[in-house]
Design a protein around this ligand. Structure first.
Ligand code: AMO
Length: 439
């Protein structure tokens, strides 16, 4: 028989229970991380969204009927009414002596994954049971850091006169060239899920001047790596009256500020993940290397054979990441491997484009954009794209489009790095990959 919630309401989260509350009655609610029955003594670790507290039942101290009937399974959903007591041996130096316990929901005897923190279940199994898995202390730490990261980014940008925009995720034609799109059926027409906010953020830089969006984008890449997912969460940013150089400065200041905020406000989560000594304030400005310098280094030092105009392979990035472990920029990529909207350099072999790297991982790409309509039409044609498919976008360039520059940053990849995780899927609540559409 389950108990009714009735008029019980939580008075505190576990993290709010401190020594100011000694001898006071509180109502806590959450899940049973651990239950130990030692005969005359029973311990419950009660966990909620912010942490855990020990509930202690000692025979003779608590009501006898309560003592006898308290038998709990892992992850039972319970509420506890009890008195806060000081007890140095308990975690945090505090325990709760219960007067009543309500069992609001139960669980099977055997859970699909370990929730005590004693062993780590395999990632795919955890992802299959994600809502349960997300209750783990490790996941609590990861997603507290994510929350702080997003808060920090927004605060930073609002303080600098940015406008948060929201652009369509259902689109009629490609933004990043024709590949890697998910087609969908839109009534009688074919449509697509957006790959990035690129075209809309450019258009809106001609309205609100400094814009950003944090949103889902969809990449139909069949890449089964620890760095790729099909539904990504990106920060897209665009600044009018600016070039790549201005954007590099804003980006590094934003990265610095986010790590500062995370260290200030989420140190215990960093410590839990054992990254408090590695997720540290980077030195700014970040070093800037040109693409050509980077491929020379890779070729000469690591005996690769990358020609100008080739992308840098994963293996080459891996070596590069051993050489440069921090944040750094790679600029002036060959125009031939950049999207149509990127501004060519004075020597059109190169482009006004950049990536922000952290070690081997690409976190961001961006650059100065073309703002002249004729030049943009030519750029589309050069990439083998049909300007007619971009008519509505191109039309906006008739009405005084300012020079502009921006970037797109993969939040999931950044969180993977900040939390020292091995696999990007750990940094996403419900990841989508070529092999995973549920839960
Ligand atoms: P790009 O395609 O490089 O640029 O994407 C920007 C950033 O998004 C992240 N990212 C991914 N993360 C995980 N899995 C994927 N499959 C994946 N694909 C991309 C990366 C990447 O750096 N419109 C341009 C940006 C711009 O110029 O403003 C764009 O979308 O961290």
């Amino acid at each position: 028989m389950l108990d009714e919630l009735g008029d019980w309401r939580k008075t505190h989260y576990t993290k709010e229970i401190n020594s100011d509350l000694i001898d006071e009655e509180v109502f806590l609610g959450g899940w049973v991380r651990n239950f130990r029955d030692l005969g005359g003594l029973k311990f419950i670790s009660l966990q909620d969204k912010f942490g855990e507290r020990q509930i202690t039942l000692k025979k003779g101290v608590v009501d006898n009927e309560l003592f006898e009937k308290t038998k709990l399974g892992y992850q039972y959903c319970i509420m506890v009414k009890g008195i806060v007591k000081k007890f140095n041996e308990a975690p945090g130096g505090i325990e709760i002596i219960p007067s009543e316990i309500k069992i609001l929901n139960t669980t099977p005897d055997k859970l699909p994954i370990d929730m005590t923190g004693e062993t780590v279940s395999e990632l795919d199994l955890r992802l299959n049971n994600r809502a349960l898995d997300l209750r783990s202390l490790k996941n609590q730490a990861i997603f507290e850091i994510r929350g702080e990261l997003l808060r920090s980014i927004r605060n930073f940008l609002f303080e600098r006169n940015f406008t948060e925009i929201t652009t369509p995720k259902i689109i009629g034609s490609a933004t990043e060239g024709g590949t890697e799109l998910f087609p969908i059926i839109y009534f009688e027409e074919e449509a697509f899920l957006t790959q990035s906010a690129q075209l809309y953020k450019e258009q809106l830089s001609g309205v609100y001047e400094r814009v950003f969006e944090i949103s889902d984008c969809f990449r139909a890449e069949k890449s089964r790596t620890k760095r790729h997912i099909c539904e990504i969460f990106t920060l897209d940013l665009e600044i009018a009256f600016s070039t790549m150089e201005d954007v590099l400065k804003i980006l590094e200041a934003m990265v610095y500020n986010a790590i500062k905020d995370i260290r200030e406000n989420q140190m215990s989560a960093l410590k839990y993940l054992k990254v408090d000594k590695t997720t540290i304030l980077p030195e700014i400005p970040f070093p800037i290397y040109k693409y050509e310098e980077i491929i020379d280094l890779i070729n000469n030092k690591f005996s690769f054979d990358i020609d100008f105009g080739e992308d840098i392979s994963t293996e080459a990035y891996r070596k590069l990441g051993e050489e440069f472990i921090g944040y750094y920029y790679i600029t002036h990529w060959p125009m031939s491997i950049k999207p149509f909207y990127i501004m060519p350099s004075i020597n059109p072999k190169y482009s006004e484009s950049f990536d922000l790297q952290k070690g081997m991982l690409e976190l961001t790409s961006g650059g100065t954009r073309i703002h002249n309509k004729v030049q943009l039409i030519n750029a589309l044609e050069e990439k083998g794209l049909n300007p007619l498919a971009f008519t509505s976008h191109l039309n906006t360039f008739d009405y005084g489009m300012p020079p502009h520059a921006g970037f797109g940053l993969g939040i999931d990849r950044w969180l993977t790095i900040l939390c020292g995780l091995d696999d990007i899927r750990e940094a996403v609540m419900y990841p989508r990959t070529p092999d995973r559409l549920t839960p």
